[in-house]
Write a protein that binds this ligand. Structure first.
Ligand code: A3P
Length: 311
């Protein structure tokens, strides 16, 4: 490792190694090891160390999705832990070509400054449903710990619609009703993107080509809404963090209708865009959606060896 002093900053040039072989199934030792600071082969890869000892590092864990699953809540809750440093905004490194082209040094530069004992986390919900992403993440770090938060696929569709609807409203643009998007020629419009994103087994299969199941911790997004603390304890355990988040870090806010966070006496709820009312959908159409997801859900349960309380 070469060490170069540059003004106030110390640059460490760290040649690192990477494996090019997919860990399809049996290497499942990630759960038994601390989050790895595993690495890259780029000889020009640098970590900038500040005088206060903090530096930017590649994430040891990534929240890969799913969009509208509760990814922001998960990130904020995990950030209550003193040993976690979270990237503020969604980085879209692995799924946006113009970002990916910039390489790992660029990715590192998007990360927060953290202390050596901290782990870095970023969340980009679109990763889960982008077919090219698993291989790219694997090439970066085959031992990375992945966090995936899922909720009832039908609820997720409604939440997805609601987000896009409000994005249009903010830009003073019109947007079709949910019925117009969900129905085509009298049938369920299975080409509607929001429906495809809720076919969890399809996307999960892509990830399992590269990562064994025990590298991917699935957070139950419906449970995280109703009672976040037990879900966060499981995440702490998966990441092998010392248990530091307490039940007292969460309180139910009746006005918001969701749990909010309490940290060093400071109370905060998630942004108003999280936890919006969903559109009322014709019960017959809703039932069609539930029935449509039934089989894919079963396939997902088989794939991950775990059941979820979905319709
Ligand atoms: P809705 O806005 O449809 O209710 P994401 O951050 O991935 O976009 O997910 C948004 C969803 O997080 C929200 O969907 C909301 O249901 C869920 N959520 C989970 N815990 C929450 C919390 N404590 N506060 C607000 N929203 C929360």
């Amino acid at each position: 490792m070469a060490v170069v002093l540059l003004g106030a900053a110390l640059l460490i040039v760290q040649p690192q190694a990477v494996s090019s072989r997919p860990a399809v199934s049996s290497e499942g030792d990630a759960a038994a090891q601390p989050a790895q600071k595993e690495p890259f082969r780029k000889n020009d890869f640098r970590e900038t160390i500040c005088p206060n000892g903090t530096f930017q590092q590649l994430p040891q864990t990534v929240i890969i999705g799913v969009r509208k699953g509760g990814t922001r809540a998960l990130l904020e809750m995990l950030s209550l832990h003193p040993d976690v440093a979270a990237a503020e905004s969604e980085v879209h490194f692995f799924d946006w070509e113009e970002h990916f082209r910039n390489g790992l040094q660029w990715y590192t530069n998007q990360m927060p400054f953290s202390h050596p004992h901290q782990i870095t986390v970023e969340k980009t919900p679109a990763y889960f449903t982008s077919p090219e992403v698993p291989e790219r993440v694997y090439s970066m770090n085959r031992l990375i710990k992945l966090l995936l938060i899922l909720r009832d696929p039908t609820e997720r569709v409604l939440s997805d619609y609601t987000q896009v609807f409000f994005n249009h409203v903010q830009k003073h643009k019109s947007y079709p009703s949910i019925e117009e998007l969900l129905v085509k020629d009298g049938e369920l419009n299975v080409n509607y993107k929001a429906i495809n994103r809720s076919l969890y087994y399809v996307h999960m299969q892509n990830w399992l080509k590269y990562f064994p199941l025990d590298h991917i911790h699935i957070v139950d997004g419906d449970k995280l809404i109703k009672d976040p603390f037990p879900e966060i304890v499981k995440v702490e355990r998966f990441l092998q963090l010392t248990p530091q988040i307490n039940a007292s870090n969460f309180y139910f806010n009746k006005t918001k209708g969701f749990y909010c966070l309490r940290d060093s006496g400071r109370d905060r709820c998630l942004h108003e865009s999280k936890g919006r009312a969903h559109p009322k959908v014709d019960p017959v159409l809703l039932e069609k959606l539930h029935r449509y997801f039934h089989e894919p859900n079963q396939r997902f349960f088989e794939l991950v060896g775990r059941m979820f309380d979905w319709h």
